[in-house]
Ligand binder design. Structure first.
Ligand SMILES: Nc1ncnc2c1ncn2[C@@H]1O[C@H](COP(=O)(O)OP(=O)(O)OP(=O)(O)O)[C@@H](O)[C@H]1O
Length: 336
């Protein structure tokens, strides 16, 4: 029998209250992540990637954002399945940092400047796992070693400002993993780091995942990072998944014009230099992401799409199976 999924999102719709009514930042969202699997959410800025991860974690801005429909089922460490969309704040606090670990783009937003890094890693271990100060402090040093920080005993006594950006991000990963979560949500965790450090952090996440077998939801706008880290990818556009499938298959043969455009606009080093010399601009997707306040009736990508026909503007295309493993929200996927 297959293991139960670690995370199962079904029919998620997340809305924000704005002047004049609610606007949906995420809708029709179905997504499953199996134990030990890495799923990447990609798309341009504003496509709804971060709102999806905030919805899972119960961290939507209070009174402004809310889950209006759908279920977010998490298989907890105990084996119990809970619908995070239906939990109160206190129950969510027991899940966050315990069953779900979180790593964000800017490590300083997760770290407190007035506590040592050792104290900060030890805190969730005491709160969620009920260990003593002494045991939690020893665990914190072990975790610092696990995330590749040299001289972990000395580092545990240092404050965040005494560490480099890459080291700080390793510390937030240690914090996220402190309680051995089933799911790690990493929202642009390498975007603020320079390229060599980025590669080290991705290597570290891969190594930790193979050791611990946790599921990872990886949010990024960077397709190179997706290729490095993910098993499956879900491409978002204007709040909806427009294509999903195994990374190798989607990259080799995208079945949605938006994915195709995104892949075409990734600079390939030699090619980018040659294009620049020839005075040819790198291909980009023309036009802009539509405003969520007045999304068109049909496909939200139609006005930017080279494949658009009249039918595309009549109704929102459903997400259909293009292959047994790949889905597309395009009525012309067979022609791509
Ligand atoms: N606090 C808020 N109030 C109103 N609307 C919001 C709020 N936060 C997000 N949104 C809406 O949700 C949309 C999706 O935002 P989200 O942060 O998920 O995008 P993203 O794909 O993660 O982009 P980025 O890569 O820039 O973080 C935004 O375009 C915005 O319209």
């Amino acid at each position: 029998m297959m293991d139960a999924p670690t995370l199962q999102i079904a029919g998620l719709r997340t809305v924000f209250r704005i002047a004049g009514g609610d606007v949906a930042a995420v809708q029709d969202m179905d997504l499953t992540i199996a134990p030990g699997e890495t799923v990447a959410l990609v798309g341009e800025s504003g496509s709804g990637k971060s709102v999806t991860s905030l919805s899972i974690m119960g961290l939507l801005p209070k009174r402004v954002g809310r889950i209006a429909e759908g279920k977010v089922t998490l298989c907890r460490k105990s084996g119990e399945a809970v619908d995070l969309a239906g939990l109160d704040e206190e129950s969510l606090r027991q899940v966050r940092g315990n069953d779900i670990g979180m790593v964000f783009q800017e490590p300083m937003t997760s770290l407190n400047p007035v506590y040592t890094v050792g104290e900060q890693i030890a805190e969730p271990i005491r709160i969620h796992l009920g260990k003593s100060h002494r045991e939690a402090a020893a665990d914190a040093v072990r975790l610092l070693a696990d995330v590749g920080i040299p001289d972990p005993e000395r580092r545990a006594g240092q404050y965040p400002h005494e560490l480099s950006g890459g080291m700080r991000q390793r510390v937030t990963i240690a914090m996220a993993l402190a309680c051995n979560p089933k799911l790690l949500i990493a929202d642009e965790p390498t975007t603020a780091l320079d390229v060599t450090i980025q590669a080290q952090i991705l290597d570290l996440l891969r190594k930790l995942q193979s050791e611990r077998g946790m599921a990872i939801l990886f949010v990024t706008h960077n397709l190179g990072v997706v290729a490095e880290i993910a098993d499956r990818v879900a491409v978002m556009y204007a709040g909806r998944i427009v294509e999903t499938g195994p990374v190798a298959e989607v990259f080799a043969r995208p079945r949605h014009p938006y994915t195709k455009g995104l892949l075409r606009s990734v600079p390939v080093l030699g090619q980018a230099v040659a294009l620049k010399r020839a005075g040819t601009p790198l291909p980009t997707i023309r036009g802009n992401v539509p405003s969520l306040r007045n999304l068109p009736k049909g496909c939200a990508f139609a006005n930017r799409c080279d494949y658009a026909i009249a039918a595309c503007s009549l109704a929102m295309p459903p997400l259909v199976e293009a292959t047994p493993t790949q889905k597309s929200r395009c009525i012309r996927w067979q022609e791509l």
